[in-house]
Design a protein around this ligand. Structure first.
Ligand SMILES: [Cu+2]
Length: 176
């Protein structure tokens, strides 16, 4: 009986001790769990805070400059349409200046129907005289005076200034 009692006593002593020893472990576990839960909650809060942080501004894609080729093409096309082909028309009027005992231009070609006007700028008197029929045949001109001639006859007309015929010559060509 003594042995049995001793065993019971020992068990009664050991078991509560074991229970006491286990109790703090369980408490520790609970604390650890609480800590873990706290950590997790903290982490979640941090995550929330991180999520709440303002996102870096995304660069708004600016419209590409290359996307506007149409106006350039229009600009290129417009001058082409604005410039019509003009046939080189000969002037209906031409002028010959008499200066320093010379005709200028000395050789002139005009289209039939053109009015040619000689103007004397010299103080000396000059004229334009062609011996060929249909050519110019003007009077002697004082300074600043003019002689107009309508070239109605097609051909080449050599002419001279009568007072200075030796060196003062010119040529008028009339074409269709
Ligand atoms: Cu002359």
């Amino acid at each position: 009986m003594k042995f049995f009692l001793a065993l019971v006593l020992s068990l009664s002593l050991v078991v509560p001790g074991a229970s006491f020893a286990a109790a703090p472990k369980k408490q520790m576990k609970k604390q650890e769990v609480k800590k873990m839960i706290k950590k997790e909650t903290l982490k979640k809060e941090v995550m929330k805070k991180e999520v709440k942080k303002p996102e870096p501004k995304k660069e708004i894609p600016l419209p590409k400059k290359d996307e506007k080729p149409a106006p350039k093409a229009a600009e290129v096309k417009s001058p082409e349409t604005k410039v019509p082909e003009k046939k080189p028309e000969m002037k209906k009027e031409e002028a010959v200046t008499i200066k320093n005992f010379a005709f200028s231009p000395v050789d002139l070609t005009v289209k039939k129907g053109t009015v040619v006007t000689w103007t004397n700028e010299d103080s000396a008197r000059h004229n334009a005289h062609s011996s060929k029929e249909g050519g110019p045949n003007g009077p002697l001109l004082g300074q600043g005076e003019k002689y107009s001639f309508t070239a109605n006859t097609v051909g080449t007309f050599d002419y001279v200034c009568d007072p200075h015929a030796g060196f003062m010559t010119g040529k008028l060509t009339v074409t269709e």
